[in-house]
Ligand binder design. Structure first.
Ligand code: F6P
Length: 561
């Protein structure tokens, strides 16, 4: 499809969306008796219900037709075949090869790395791989940021119940020294293994945090050669990792053709494998592969990633101001919103199409959310009665053990009640009737009612994953990965690059240099900074750091020393 054709097609869909904005959700159910059935999809053991979206069956067909015209099937096939689908970096985005079964499309280097990870994880878990002093490694410090952090953290928290026999995982991502201070206070260096995860091995936060962790090991008396027992590396830049002291036996590769935010399935998942064991990790790959198969084989109209993408695409046309809320009703999945923020917003936060032309339509919505039921007592008020309607994705899991207080039923009931309340709302008549029944006069009820009316008609999606297991988690994450890619193809953008992250990183270098000089008393330190606002901040912060120089005062002798 040419950019002009895309422009025309999206323009036509925009026109359709403008007629759909005021359609009542309930009227869709009335007009379409098959709606619940045909808007409920099964995929790799997951059940997806998009019936509460403001999308008629005819509009869905129009979107499917557009998806075909936009080349979604061919692009999907190219993605799964490992073709170059990331044109600005000339790379495949072949994360699906990482979860292909052995002997069925799994590249040899992937098989080899998985075997090494498996041996390493078994040795650490089994206590054969110990610290320099011979102590069992009970804690793993996972140093990495962005895609080298969010996936392993989501998955390790989600699968905590499956982690028997493995070390405890701790994540160190933020360059804020407070993050490491808090963490190090809980750890014993002789019982700790640090896994440094960085695709590029050039990320500032990870490099600085690695330095802090290495200094901590050394301060505890761990020798240079002994560090190899306490330090592992995961990277697509092995020469750089080797140069910074990672030993070959604890260095695990992945490859340029794996995008950072799609890298959980690679050696970036090593901490997870340590926590849940090689079999648990393999089950997660199996679940993700099942979703890959579904994505590859299910007709577009029954394809869950495609359905999620069409809904997100349609919602952007219906209301560009709306955000995308994710509410996992499953405490172990509480990190899902943060994970999806990176996956969806780093992938699809773009303003030009693949050929570099400015877009006439909105791309990635702001993704946010929190675990239910906590979220209900926080921001759900605005979702129900605020002036903007933000579509919500409810993610449900079945309980994995009986609960004597039957809180599992309360949890699930609350999830579907929220979806129901968002859709049905509560009319003024119903509110006034209830207030009068509770003893208010007609005048009192009329006065009080406005505050209790819920407009309703607020769309949502409900996704049931079954029990949360490594397998269903794998399928869930793969579902969202493919949704994100399809959405990008509908918009005509490249989901696999992230140039927007670079500019701020580049600017931080000279600013840090100027700040340091200002802190050390160089009055002209900020002079080379181009814009007045930034210059003023460097001067202000430099002066503040100089006046309150903790490092200097810590080094200076104190009374009584
Ligand atoms: O946030 C930008 C980014 O490049 C992500 O895409 C990536 O996951 C993260 O930084 C970390 O990069 P690296 O793994 O190279 O340290």
């Amino acid at each position: 499809m040419t950019p002009i054709e895309r422009h025309q097609r999206i323009g036509m869909l925009q026109a359709q969306a403008s007629t759909a904005r005021n359609v009542r959700l309930l009227s869709l159910f009335e007009r379409e008796p098959q709606r619940v059935h045909s808007f409920t999809l099964e995929a790799a053991g997951l059940c997806l219900d998009i019936s509460r979206q403001r999308l008629s069956m005819a509009q869905r067909l129009a979107l499917l037709d557009y998806a075909v015209a936009a080349g979604v099937p061919a692009r999907r096939d190219a993605l799964l075949a490992g073709a170059v689908v990331n044109p600005t970096e000339h790379r495949p985005a072949w994360h699906t090869a990482l979860r292909a079964p052995a002997g069925a499309g799994q590249p040899a280097e992937v098989a080899e790395c998985l075997q090494r990870m498996t041996r390493f994880a078994a040795a650490v878990r089994g206590g054969e791989w110990r610290g320099e002093r011979g102590e069992v490694l009970s804690d793993v410090i996972c140093v990495g940021i962005g895609g080298s952090h969010l996936g392993p953290q989501l998955a390790s928290e989600a699968l905590a119940a499956h982690a028997a026999g493995g070390p405890r995982l701790h994540f160190l991502s933020n360059v804020d020294p407070a993050a490491w201070q808090t963490l190090q206070a809980q750890l014993d260096p002789h019982r700790s293994l640090a896994i440094i995860a960085s695709k590029s091995w050039r990320t500032l936060e990870t490099a600085r945090n690695m330095d802090a962790v290495v200094a901590w090991f050394e301060a505890a008396g761990i020798s240079r050669p002994g560090l190899s027992r306490h330090l592992a590396g995961v990277t697509a830049a092995p020469a750089l990792a080797t140069a910074s002291g990672i030993a070959a036996e604890s260095l695990f590769p992945f490859w340029d053709w794996v995008g950072g935010r799609y890298s959980l399935w690679s050696a970036i998942g090593l901490p997870l494998m340590l926590a849940v064991g090689p079999a648990g990790f393999q089950s997660m790959l199996t679940g993700a592969h099942a979703m890959d198969r579904h994505f590859a084989q299910a007709p577009l109209g029954e394809n869950a990633p495609v359905a999620l993408a069409l809904v997100a695409f349609w919602n952007r046309l219906l209301d560009p101001a709306a955000t995308e809320v994710v509410a996992p009703y499953c405490e172990p999945l509480r990190r899902l919103p943060s994970y999806l923020q990176q996956l969806q917003m780093e992938s699809n936060g773009k303003s030009v199409d693949e050929t570099g032309h400015a877009l006439d339509w909105h791309t990635a919505a702001v993704t946010w959310g929190a675990a239910g039921t906590d979220a209900q007592h926080s921001f759900f008020q605005a979702l129900h009665q605020g002036t903007a309607a933000h579509p919500v994705e409810f993610v449900l899991a079945l309980p994995d053990r009986p609960d004597p207080q039957r809180r599992d039923e309360a949890l699930l009931a609350n999830a579907i009640a929220q979806a129901q309340a968002l859709m049905l709302g509560r009319s003024r008549e119903a509110v006034e009737h209830a207030l009068r029944a509770a003893g208010m006069s007609e005048a009192q009820a009329a006065q009080a009612a406005s505050h209790r009316v819920h407009a309703g008609d607020r769309p949502s999606t409900t996704l049931l994953i079954g029990r949360l297991t490594p397998q269903t988690l794998g399928a869930l994450i793969a579902l969202y990965e493919h949704k994100t890619a399809v959405l990008a193809w509908l918009w005509g953008i490249n989901p696999f690059d992230q140039w927007g992250v670079e500019l701020g990183k580049q600017m931080a270098g000279p600013i840090e240099t100027a700040l340091r000089a200002a802190r050390e008393g160089d009055a002209g330190a900020a002079g080379a900074i181009a814009d007045p606002a930034t210059r003023a901040w460097v001067e202000r912060l430099g002066a503040a750091l100089q006046a309150d120089d903790l490092i200097r005062s810590a080094a200076a002798p104190r009374p009584g020393d």
